[in-house]
Design a protein around this ligand. Structure first.
Ligand SMILES: Nc1nc2c(ncn2[C@@H]2O[C@H](COP(=O)(O)OP(=O)(O)OP(=O)(O)O)[C@@H](O)[C@H]2O)c(=O)[nH]1
Ligand SMILES: [Mg+2]
Length: 205
């Protein structure tokens, strides 16, 4: 799969209408979801950042998040187009990470073919709610470990073990701010979702 560049022209010009696919970017507070959508989107991403204030100090666990000053209060939205192997437009929906906004996850995940759970190994326990949410919905997901500069480097297998993930769930590392790295994450997800959709339920058991 190769990502669209504006100089390529609209994907419809190849003669095939583009498939439209929705994916969700989820994970704990401050894991880098907004950064990932921003790194990937070919359009100016829609963000809904609220300022973290002193009033939220009791609920906003900023441990390890340094100088974070804003948080997503509703959603992030971005778009990315692939021309090959077939035209496909991917709509990216980033979720808020703070527990008080988790009620938005169900609506944001409606119709999504899959989800990225972005994990920060300094706060790996914050990934459990998103992992549990997509497991329960039966939504294919991948876990992408966003490697913050001052975080310990765990192997994907160590993260898989810590999160209790089955072998079929892809676990990979990334830098959410880097487009190529973020592309690798969404391409892994789309491939995983296609494989999962093709596998009849119970075939693996
Ligand atoms: N060093 C480093 N910093 C990162 C990385 N990804 C994100 N950041 C920074 O981490 C902070 C949090 O990133 P966001 O993208 O806002 O995280 P989020 O998951 O959207 O946060 P919420 O919406 O509040 O849950 C920002 O200051 C980013 O610049 C990364 O891979 N490495
Ligand atoms: Mg955000």
């Amino acid at each position: 799969m190769s990502a669209y560049k504006p100089s390529d022209g609209p994907p419809q010009e190849s003669g095939q209408p583009a498939a439209e696919v929705k994916i969700v970017i989820a994970g704990g507070f401050g894991a880098g979801k907004t950064s990932l959508v921003g790194a990937l989107s070919e359009i100016e991403p829609l963000t809904t950042e609220g300022v973290l204030t002193a009033a939220g100090a009791a609920t906003d666990d900023l441990d390890g998040l340094g100088h974070k000053t804003t948080t997503t209060v509703a959603m992030d939205f971005g778009r990315i187009t692939f021309r090959k192997p077939r035209p496909m437009v991917l709509f990216l929906f980033g979720t808020p990470g703070q527990p008080r906004f988790w009620f938005t996850w169900t609506d944001l995940s409606q119709g999504a073919i899959g989800a990225v759970v972005l994990a920060d190994t300094r706060r790996l326990q914050d990934s459990f709610p998103a992992v549990g949410f997509f497991e329960q919905r039966g939504t294919p997901f991948v876990v992408a470990v966003n490697q913050f500069d001052n975080s310990h480097r765990y192997t994907p297998d160590e993260v898989r073990h810590a999160l209790g993930l089955p072998p079929e769930v892809p676990v990979l590392t990334c830098d959410a701010r880097d487009r190529q790295s973020a592309l690798n994450v969404v391409i892994t997800l789309v491939r995983h979702a296609i494989t999962t959709l093709k596998t009849p339920p119970g075939a693996l058991t």
